[in-house]
Design a protein around this ligand. Structure first.
Ligand code: SAM
Length: 273
């Protein structure tokens, strides 16, 4: 994972992010609707706050909590500051995986993250650092994209590459399975209290519109190894194939595989959900 590239992509998408981030907003709303009941939450670390959509919802939900919202992309943080004028929110530009940043944050009752942890470079190490940062009985709650996300796109690329007699290559960020996240949380010291998943189909006018919306939310990270010229030709053919293969009423379909993780830092199975 090239973090400079990740930050650059998100900085670049700052003016379009809010308009195109429908899936991310839906995920944020579901996170807030399913927060653990009956616990006093005094301090919160939000990982990857972006333009601050979840940050605002959290400030409304926990009306006396202090929120430290961290993001690696400075333009996203500037936008979040502009959109969330609340004295209880402290915004920080930084890498939420880094010890120096976590030391600045200090102990918290809740670590929460929406649509971000798929960007972690060292998920195992980072999750155990977050476990360490949490106070006893604290929660780590996150939404992310699972391994079936954009399965249509992978299929369309595979068919295109095979038509071009090319070996299959990676064209989207590889996402983890539900089981992989479960293992990462458990190895990090958490009791996994809940792990929900949802296949959420979205309809776009065509493949080009779909790709444009991914770009507008900064998520156009590719690990493919083809040259740019080859890439352009492949992309054109792939879009044509996608439009044929995944046609549906009103356009083409693209599936988001949404995961919701709930890890608890407590003793045994003491706390009931
Ligand atoms: C898809 S956006 C989600 C933003 C926000 N949580 C939302 O729901 O709208 C992912 C965000 O994570 C940030 N990010 C990625 N890796 C990060 C890291 N290691 N530390 C902090 N932020 C990171 C990106 O800059 C981007 O703003």
């Amino acid at each position: 994972m090239n973090k400079k590239l990740v930050a650059r992509r998100f900085n670049h998408s700052v003016s379009t992010y809010q308009q195109y981030a429908s899936v991310q907003k839906e995920m944020a709303a579901r996170l807030v609707a399913n927060l653990p009941p009956g616990q006093r939450i005094g301090r919160i670390l939000e990982v990857g706050c972006g333009t601050g959509y979840l940050t605002g919802l959290l400030a409304g939900h926990y009306q006396s909590a202090e929120i430290i919202a961290v993001d690696i992309a400075e333009k996203m943080v500037a936008e979040a500051r502009k959109l969330n004028d609340c004295p209880r929110i402290r915004f920080l530009v930084g890498d939420a995986e880094a010890n120096e940043v976590l030391q600045q944050v200090g102990p918290v009752d809740l670590i929460i993250s929406n649509a971000t942890i798929q960007w972690l470079a060292f998920p195992e190490l980072t999750v155990s650092r977050w476990h360490h940062l949490l106070k006893p009985e604290g929660w780590f709650i996150a939404s992310t994209f699972g391994s079936h996300t954009f399965r249509e796109l992978r299929k369309a690329f595979a068919v295109t590459e095979s038509n071009h007699h090319l070996p299959p290559s990676r064209h989207a960020l590889s996402m983890k399975t539900k089981q992989e996240w479960q293992q990462i949380l458990t190895a990090g010291g958490f009791h996994v209290r809940k792990l929900d998943e949802q296949l959420r189909p979205f309809v776009y006018e065509n493949c080009r519109t779909f790709l444009r919306s991914i770009k507008a939310t900064g998520a156009n990270y590719s690990e493919s190894g083809h040259s740019l010229t080859k890439e352009r030709k492949l992309l054109q053919d792939m879009m044509r194939i996608y439009d044929q293969m995944f046609k549906t009423d009103g356009g083409v379909v693209a599936t988001y595989h949404l995961l919701y993780l709930y890890g608890w830092k407590g003793e045994g199975s003491g706390r009931k959900w």
